[in-house]
Design a protein around this ligand. Structure first.
Ligand code: MMA
Ligand code: CA
Length: 199
């Protein structure tokens, strides 16, 4: 999240201020119009903004969007609404529901159920579990026939954090919950557990 150097931010600010002053457009900055050339939106049947300017314009728009997104992520992280680890964002709606409903909520929101693929991700999920002091279902299930636990996309687990003597359900506990100490337990899928999604 803390991706931009102060130099980049200064350069960005200078560009934004310039564009803003030139165009008096709030929000997404635009390149000033070039005399004798159509604007970025172009005019049907006429020549378009030359490629170099067009690409600079696109880069500026992208930089501005990234900056705005990074600020929003800062706000959400500050308020404890999201945990970011690498490319993943973890978040909870605070609701306790069965496995199928939890997965459904996550997918409806454009994500999936949180499934840790390493210790760092497990810790991020654990911090949400501790925040609500509730066990949560993970995006991990025992295969229909394989009797092996796997990610819900069917891929094999590359990291586990089973509690001592778990998994012990021998096919009767097809879902996985994470305890408030971060360890995992295979568990029936019809319990009410905290929903934690990853995006
Ligand atoms: C419960 C249930 C199991 C778990 C054991 C651990 C009694 O069953 O949560 O999934 O393995 O507790 O003692
Ligand atoms: Ca168990």
């Amino acid at each position: 999240m803390l991706f931009y150097s102060s130099y980049m931010l200064t350069a960005l600010a200078a560009l934004l201020v310039t564009c803003h002053a030139l165009q008096k457009l709030p929000g997404t900055p635009r390149l000033p119009s070039v005399p004798g050339l159509p604007g970025r939106d172009g005019l049907k049947g006429q020549s378009r903004l030359p490629g170099l300017l067009e690409s600079l314009d696109a880069q500026l728009v992208l930089l501005n969007l990234k900056h705005r997104l990074s600020r929003l992520e800062g706000v959400l992280a500050l308020n404890g609404k999201i945990k970011e680890v690498g490319e993943k964002i973890f978040a909870s709606n605070g609701k306790e529901v069965d496995f199928a409903s939890a997965l459904e909520s996550c997918e409806e929101a454009g994500g999936t159920l949180a499934a840790p693929t390493n210790e760092e991700e497990n810790k991020a999920i654990l911090s949400i579990v501790k925040q609500y002091n509730r066990y949560a279902y993970l995006g991990i299930k025992e295969g229909e026939t394989s009797d092996r636990f796997e990610y819900i996309n069917g891929k094999p687990l590359n990291y586990t954090n089973w509690h001592q003597y778990e998994p012990n359900g021998k096919g009767t506990e097809k879902c996985v919950e994470i305890y408030t100490d971060g360890r995992w337990n295979d568990k029936k899928c019809n319990q009410y557990r905290l929903t934690i999604c990853e995006f």
